[in-house]
Design a protein around this ligand. Structure first.
Ligand code: BG6
Length: 307
């Protein structure tokens, strides 16, 4: 059902023209976009421009992992899907009172454009709004938009424009939670010979020697890498290909059992086993300096391939 209060924020022309898009509001007042086109379904929360789900119609299983007890409340990030971390990644570099991973993932966003592409995919462009809280945390004038294209593949283009008269630096991540059959049996390919900082061992630096495999808590920032990564999942008979540009870091994270059980929103006791985060990022020394008037875009495209 389309509720008038939700529609008010939306370009009415776009809303009328794009029949695959539906706007809904839940009881806590959060707004969502549901997309159901010929190629795929997806759901996006306007808080955080947060993609919660995406499933191509050709696929039997969801591609993204969404915690069964994720919280849907104003000001809290949803556990699962694709949180947008911006304008810093991890802890704030100088002020530990500020929220890890920045504020974009809990800010209100608005739809500025929507269209159906010739190939049947739906393209939605959202822009972050700037309440006083975000201005307190980042005083420089800026514009942050994300364009989300939902089809047989899912693509996100996160664009930061510097509207100040001096350069500024951002750290960022599309912090994607993928659904997998069992984290202990998958491999991630593409990162051999890549330098990483291991957050489990106090950011110790090492070089990856093999396909990435998992047997305990895992939290690594792979650096200076722009290559495709593949999540090879024999249990689901599929591989998820992650192709990116404008990104020099790839972050891989699974908190494993003990830490997951201490988190209030990681779902049922063993739900963490069905998830791996592979994040397209610019983190640590790969943070990006943007000159006045310039736009930096970080993009990623996900594609499911059969094994
Ligand atoms: C990852 C970090 O990107 O996000 C981890 O590398 C962190 O250190 C994880 O624990 C989850 O962060 P949050 O703030 O969403 O709980």
């Amino acid at each position: 059902m389309i509720q008038a209060s939700a529609v008010k924020k939306i370009n009415p022309v776009a809303e009328a023209e794009h029949h695959h898009v539906r706007f809904i509001r839940d009881e806590s007042g959060l707004d969502y976009i549901e997309i159901d086109n010929d190629l795929a379904t997806a759901k996006i929360a306007l808080q955080g421009a947060h993609v919660m789900s995406w499933q191509p119609k050709s696929q039997q299983h969801p591609v993204l992992w969404l915690s069964s007890n994720a919280r849907y409340v104003p000001g809290r990030s949803i556990r699962g899907g694709i949180p947008i971390c911006w304008p810093w990644f991890g802890a704030h570099p100088t002020d530990s009172t500020l929220c890890p991973h920045g504020f974009a993932r809990v800010m209100p966003w608005q739809v500025v454009d929507a269209e159906t592409l010739n190939n049947g995919a739906t393209r939605i462009e959202l822009q972050m709004l700037e309440p006083a809280e975000s201005k307190r945390q980042l005083s420089y004038p800026h514009l942050l938009t994300v364009t989300i294209t939902v089809g047989e593949t899912l693509r996100l283009d996160l664009a930061t424009t510097n509207k100040a008269d001096h350069p500024f630096m951002v750290g960022e991540a599309l912090h994607t939670y993928f659904h997998v059959s069992d984290v202990a049996t998958i491999q991630i390919k593409g990162l051999e010979d890549t330098l990483y900082a291991d957050k489990v061992f106090n950011y110790e630096r090492r070089v990856e020697t093999h396909d990435v495999q998992f047997n305990g808590e895992f939290d690594r920032v792979y650096l200076n890498t722009n290559v495709d990564c593949m999540i090879h999942d024999a249990g689901l008979n599929r591989q998820i290909r992650i192709s990116k540009s404008g990104s020099q870091s790839t972050v891989i994270w699974n908190p494993w059992g003990e830490k997951s059980n201490q988190m209030v929103d990681m779902g049922k006791p063993d739900e963490w086993r069905e998830m791996i985060c592979v994040e397209t990022a610019n983190a640590l020394e790969n943070s990006v300096v943007i000159s006045p008037g310039r736009t930096h875009t970080m993009s990623v495209e996900y594609r499911v391939e059969s094994l």
